[in-house]
Design a binder for this molecule. Structure first.
Ligand code: FAD
Length: 202
């Protein structure tokens, strides 16, 4: 599929509907350009609250806002769900899973991936948290560990299931550790009566 330009105005293609992409698209509202926003998800993720999704405090859709809805009234705006694979600067096009798309101006606002600093072992075993899917993986993993701990009779194995290590003491690491501690202190013994508060370690 090839997305052809429709208006006679220059087309600004923005890859990524995060804070950067959204704010730029809004700023271009009354400018003489056609704005095409592409994202591999059809929603914007409010990353600061990912830790609450990971800990089961809020549902995933509380932090995922439909991109089309955000720009409902902006006339020079179009959104397409597209995973961008390649940029072809020699032809001013990009290659995405939905086809080849032409641009006059291209803005890459694709955010950041978790950096494992080349440590393959950590990359293999650790669980990153940059998007909704990854936050849900952490939630699922934590809950499965608690369920397994309830029926685990080997003390060593149970300790391992109930020991949570958070790597990274920035705001996200601190928030996540605090939320885990709240589960330990206020939820664990209510929901899992056979476990004791001191069984879980963060
Ligand atoms: C857990 C967490 C907590 C945070 N807490 C705070 C906080 O409290 N305060 C604060 O100021 N900042 C916080 N940040 C940082 C802040 O969220 C980021 O700096 C900000 O989201 C970056 O915005 P962005 O638009 O550059 O990228 P992103 O928000 O990451 O958006 C990038 C977008 O690009 C899309 N994309 C990526 N690759 C492709 C592709 N190939 N094709 C199509 N689409 C693609 C993605 O789907 C995504 O929607 C936090 C970040 C995280 C991960």
């Amino acid at each position: 599929m090839e997305l052809k330009k429709t208006a006679g105005r220059p087309r600004v293609v923005i890859i990524g509907g995060g804070f950067a992409g959204i704010n730029l698209a809004k700023k271009l509202k009354d400018k003489p350009v056609e704005v095409l926003l592409l994202d591999k998800h059809n929603y914007h993720t409010f990353q600061p609250l990912l830790y609450q999704v990971a800990m089961g405090y809020i549902e995933a859709d509380s932090i995922a806002f439909p991109l089309r809805r955000i720009f409902g009234k902006q006339k020079n705006f179009t959104f397409n769900l597209a995973d961008v694979k390649k940029i072809n600067p020699e032809k001013n096009t990009i290659t995405a899973d939905i086809g080849e798309i032409a641009y006059d101006y291209l803005v890459i606002a694709t955010g950041a991936d978790t950096n494992f600093f080349g440590n393959k072992q950590i990359e293999h075993f650790a669980m990153p948290m940059k998007n909704v899917g990854e936050a849900l993986n952490i939630r699922s993993f934590m809950l499965q560990n608690l369920e397994k701990a309830v029926i685990q009779t080997d003390p060593g194995e149970r300790d391992a299931l109930l020991t949570f290590v958070v790597v990274g003491g920035g705001p996200t690491g601190v928030e996540l550790s605090g939320a885990l501690a709240e589960i330990r202190n206020h939820v664990l013994t209510d929901d899992y009566p056979s476990l004791k508060t001191e069984d879980m370690e963060v």
